[in-house]
Design a protein around this ligand. Structure first.
Ligand code: NDP
Length: 318
């Protein structure tokens, strides 16, 4: 791809950027591709650890036109693509946002930046179990996304941890490929909706281990087994398994937006008209609002929508 700069930078530090994008996952970087191509000067606050959840993934098989690409490679391509059109990328964490002033003020690393608009694309973090061995095996048998990884477990034995709708959904997706799916839940009732529970309970491939918790994840190069504790009698057993899917919830990354834009009770950004937050000129994209689909491709599409709405906003305030 040839270098094609569409968006120039502000001439000095007092002149505001047209768009400040906070977050550098698929939502933020896709938004940047659209805002720069819309000739809007764009700064991305990518975070010290940039790239979002795909940086923790190995093979990605469901991003169109990139079958088999490694997650970090896909994100590097997206970053390069956004920068090619003139987006400025700062690998810094935002520590404060002031949406009560115009232009908006964003602080990162002790420096204030000003922007006429903001796209919030900070994503949500997967909650992982806090047990020994799990972090080392993420992408090596441990996953949090059945729609992404289920085909890698054809005719294998897999387990899902959790008792909410996500766990039910993961188990149902996995049952289309796996030999056997075991839901491991710490209580003796599910939190999930009755409809989802019924689908799970009537699926002959899905078994449920009630009152059970994973206390250790074992494996050298790949996941091999789990140590399980039965909460009724505290006994420990070993459970050989090929795949482990964690579905115990997500936490949206919205600490700096608390009190600045409307958040729901779980901390997700509340949007109206798809991408608009409670503050005109501040838009949202990706998993920081969407707790249903949580896919790279939906986040990218959401980033595109936020950018287009943001460009319309900028044309209206000119
Ligand atoms: P939830 O918070 O609803 O459920 C999390 C589950 O994980 C609970 O059963 C909880 O156990 C369990 N859990 C939490 N921490 C631990 C831990 N440390 N160890 C073991 N188990 C743990 O999260 P979901 O992601 O399932 O759902 C989030 C929201 O998204 C919900 O509102 C849900 O309805 C919605 N959703 C809707 C879907 C749909 O409509 N198709 C699909 C997916 C999600 P416990 O029960 O003991 O608290």
């Amino acid at each position: 791809m040839d270098q094609q700069i569409f968006a120039s930078k502000p001439n000095n530090s007092k002149e505001p950027w047209d768009v400040a994008i906070i977050g550098s996952g698929p939502a933020g970087l896709t938004a940047a591709i659209y805002t720069t191509r819309g000739a809007a000067s764009t700064i991305i606050f990518g975070g010290e650890v940039w790239g979002g959840q795909l940086m923790l993934t190995t093979e990605v098989d469901n991003y169109p036109a990139h079958p088999g690409i490694m997650g970090p490679d896909l994100m590097a391509k997206m970053r390069e693509h956004a920068q090619m059109f003139g987006a400025e990328f700062l690998q810094k964490n935002v520590t404060a946002v002031d949406t009560s002033v115009k232009p908006f003020k964003i602080t990162a690393d002790g420096v204030d930046y000003f922007s006429k608009s903001i796209i919030v694309a900070t994503g949500a973090e997967t909650l992982w179990l806090e047990v020994p061995g799990i972090k080392e095996l993420i992408g090596r048998g441990v996953s949090s996304c059945a729609p992404c990884d289920a085909p890698f477990f054809k005719d294998k034995k897999v387990a899902v941890v959790g008792g909410g709708d996500s766990a039910m959904e993961e188990a149902l997706v996995l049952s289309k490929y796996a030999l056997e799916v075991t839901i491991i839940h710490r209580k003796d009732t599910f939190k999930a909706s009755v409809a989802m529970q019924e689908k799970v309970k009537s699926n002959p491939k899905i078994k449920i281990l009630w009152n059970t918790e994973v206390v250790k994840v074992n494996g050298e190069l790949r996941l091999e087994s789990l140590d399980l504790r039965n909460n009724s009698d505290n006994s420990i057993s070993n459970f050989p398994i090929d795949g482990l899917f964690i579905a115990i919830g997500h936490t949206p990354s919205t600490t700096v937006f608390s009190g600045k834009i409307n958040l729901d009770e779980k901390g997700y950004v509340v949007a109206s008209d798809k991408t608009k937050t409670s503050v005109p000129g501040v838009f949202v994209a990706g998993d920081v609002e969407d707790h249903r689909y949580k896919q790279a491709i939906t986040a990218s599409g959401f980033g595109c929508m936020a950018a287009m709405d943001c460009l319309t906003f900028l044309s209206e305030i000119k």
